[in-house]
Design a protein around this ligand. Structure first.
Ligand code: SF4
Length: 81
């Protein structure tokens, strides 16, 4: 099994400021005070936070949160671009 190294990507243009992400995973996401748009605090959350980040991605009504394989992780299999 891989270590599951992933990174979080947010699309500020899609975000509607609903705030589910910051509520579910407050160590990973915050919201801008001015307009509520998502602020990504931890692009690469550790194993303690990742489940919450995944839940946030599922809950986001705008689908503005994606969880991708981390292409920058040292990869012994060499399949990173
Ligand atoms: S849950 Fe989605 S729409 Fe709501 S603040 Fe977070 S990224 Fe934006």
């Amino acid at each position: 099994m891989s270590g599951g190294a992933v990174r979080i990507v947010v699309d500020e243009h899609r975000c509607v400021g609903a705030g589910q992400c910051a509520w579910v995973a407050p160590k990973v996401f915050d919201q801008r005070a001015a307009d509520g748009v998502v602020v990504l605090l931890q692009p690469r959350p550790g194993p303690d936070e990742l489940p919450y980040a995944r839940e946030a991605a599922q809950l986001c009504p705008a689908r503005a949160i994606r969880i991708e394989d981390d292409p920058h992780e040292d990869d012994p299999h060499g399949d990173a671009p």
